[in-house]
Design a protein around this ligand. Structure first.
Ligand code: ADP
Length: 431
């Protein structure tokens, strides 16, 4: 049944519906007709008795009796009349005496006199009617089957056509054609389905585009240091006597870059599969930040960057120190990467009642409000042409976000184009 086309399903359901209707019709028109007719006549007889009882003293009684005879075929006669009356049509010689339903009732007139009346309800034979109805039933059956076919065809066309269209486009989508535009036509459910499919296509195309960008970024990021390492190593092999510290340093720093890139990718996948565990413990956050800032300043001093850590007191928190340091490190490298010629970065620690807020302030290009919601997404890069951003994988902030969310702490960014950004997070602090 599941494999049947919609057209045939509708046809079968309609046919079953017609079948039930016809069966009911047939039962009432043939099997129960005679009984029902008699029941109705009995009812009419009771109504006639009630009417006569009501008007027994009325001067209109004879008029009422006449009406009963002509309209309802109920003949009223004094009870002493033992013979059943005959309808004129059947009264001829050889004519069968019609069946009647008879009931006698006594009525008391206003003067106290009691009269007895017999009511005869004539029963017309229904055999002829039944055969007429049967012929009509055959005709109705034929008409209903034709109507069921026509309705099934029209309905299946109305219902199935938009679905067939959507299905064709969905097949294209499954083959990677994200431009398969789902057209909403027909009825509300199809419109909703096509809207859902359209947004799915948009999301899929975004993911696909991001995947392409990531592969392009990563392969670029992997290729450059690998090429450098290879050429320096080759030089060292060819001229072993001329090995310089710069060559060795380059190999080491490029290897470091490679391993940090690989770590980024591993972190993202671990965070996403939920296999990253937090090792929570109480530690001195201020001291930890101080060390990170000092390490990074040392590394970047030659490039003219100054990173200042502003704090008034030591604050203790319970968190995963390595992860919080990694998040801070990512925020700091972003501040460095996106800073302008000013090259001045401030890390500010602000103590609240039961919390501590850390802000990383840069005076870089800033981020436009429409881009802010997306910067935390994986692989998202605002300005793909930024001189330093070329080396970014677009993963840094997504790692930061996941670390803060794993800890369940508040974080965010305030940024103004042309003025700079403040990336902040807030941890619960100990008194
Ligand atoms: P990326 O590897 O590109 O730096 P991130 O996830 O760290 O990836 O950052 C995502 C995007 O957010 C960046 O491409 C950049 O456009 C923007 N961004 C992040 N930090 C800053 C910042 N301090 N100033 C300006 N833009 C930033």
């Amino acid at each position: 049944m599941d494999r049947l086309k919609l057209k045939w399903k509708i046809f079968i359901f309609l046919l079953a519906f017609c079948g039930v209707l016809l069966l009911i019709l047939w039962l009432f028109q043939t099997v129960f007709l005679s009984d029902m007719y008699k029941m109705i006549r009995r009812n009419e007889l009771h109504q006639a008795i009630a009417l006569v009882e009501e008007n027994i003293d009325s001067p209109d009684l004879s008029e009422i009796l006449f009406q009963l005879e002509t309209d309802k075929s109920v003949i009223v006669a004094p009870a002493r009349d033992f013979l059943k009356p005959q309808m004129p049509a059947n009264g001829g010689p050889g004519g069968a005496r019609p069946e009647t339903i008879t009931q006698t009732k006594e009525f008391t007139l206003s003067n106290g006199q009691v009269i007895s009346l017999t009511f005869h309800a004539m029963i017309t034979p229904v055999n002829a009617t039944v055969s007429t109805l049967q012929i009509q039933l055959y005709i109705i059956t034929a008409i209903m089957i034709l109507a069921a076919v026509a309705i099934a065809l029209v309905l299946s066309d109305v219902i199935a056509k938009p679905l067939v269209g959507l299905n064709d486009r969905a097949k294209k989508l499954s083959k990677g054609n994200y431009n398969a535009d789902f057209i909403a036509s027909g009825y509300l459910e199809v419109k909703e389905l096509s809207d859902t499919l359209n947004s799915t296509a948009i999301e899929l195309s975004k993911v696909d585009e991001l995947r392409r960008q990531l592969i392009a970024n990563i392969s670029h990021d992997l290729r450059t240091p690998l090429a450098l390492i290879y050429s320096y190593a080759e030089m060292m092999q060819d001229f072993p006597d001329e090995i310089t510290t710069t060559q060795v340093q380059t190999i080491m720093s490029e290897t470091k870059r490679l391993s940090s890139l690989v770590n980024d990718i591993l972190d993202v996948s671990r965070l996403e599969t939920g296999t990253m565990e937090l090792h929570m413990r109480s530690y001195n956050l201020t001291e930890s930040i101080d060390k990170t800032v000092a390490r990074l300043s040392e590394l970047l001093r030659n490039e003219g960057y100054s990173i200042v850590f502003e704090h008034t007191e030591d604050v203790y928190v319970t968190a995963d120190e390595a992860k919080i340091t990694q998040a801070l490190y990512n925020l700091l490298t972003n501040a460095v990467n996106y800073s302008t010629d000013d090259r001045h970065i401030i890390v500010r620690q602000k103590r609240g009642q039961n919390s501590v807020r850390i802000g990383v302030h840069d005076s870089g290009d800033g981020i436009s409000p429409e881009n802010i919601p997306y910067i935390w997404d994986r692989y998202y890069k605002v300005d793909k042409k930024h001189k330093r951003a070329i080396t970014g994988t677009g993963l840094g902030l997504s790692i930061v976000k996941q670390i803060f969310e794993l800890h369940g702490v508040g974080y965010g960014v305030e940024s103004e184009l042309g003025k700079g950004s403040v990336f902040w997070f807030e941890l619960e602090s100990k008194q």
